[in-house]
Design a protein around this ligand. Sequence first.
Ligand SMILES: [Zn+2]
Ligand SMILES: [Zn+2]
Length: 195
Amino acid sequence: MLSLRCKCGALRGAAHGLSPKTGLRSVCYCNDCQAYAHFLGRASDILDADGGTDIFPVQPAQLEITLGHENLTCVRLSEKGMYRWYTDCCNTPIANSMAWPKMPFAGVVHSIMDYAASGTKRDEALGPIRARSQGKYGTPPMSFLFRVVGFLLRGFWKKQHQPSPFFHADGRPRARPRILSPVEREALKHRPTTV
Ligand SMILES: [Zn+2]
Ligand SMILES: [Zn+2]
């Protein structure tokens, strides 16, 4: 079990059954993830030196929020964008979900994981970075993509999209997402990518 904790500590939770063996840890350098970090006003501690976000995919059923549910909030960078879950107490990103709630996937952002409280380190708990995608890195290697497909198939098979800390069983989001206008989104994208 890995503890989850936002920066100020108002929201806490746990991620169960994470294993470095899944080999799914990756860093995303896409414009949207960068815009999101700027939206939160926390680019300096979310993005790495090259503007990447370190993400670990899990099945929603592996996650639980145990304290501070009222701080859960959500933004979508466009009407069809991912649901990007974060805390409104201190703007800590939690995880990104697909627009389709039946997808057994949540990409947990590194900032919410509390390694010290769990007596571990990131590399120890999640394994090394296996893929870097977007920007100068292009697409991840085929072997990584196959692992992602396997992960999703297992999730569908076991119906791991529920219970979810982000969606009710009927698919309604647990917090009403704010949807950015094209103007708001563009303004975020024209920030420097590195900090
Ligand atoms: Zn907080
Ligand atoms: Zn991204």
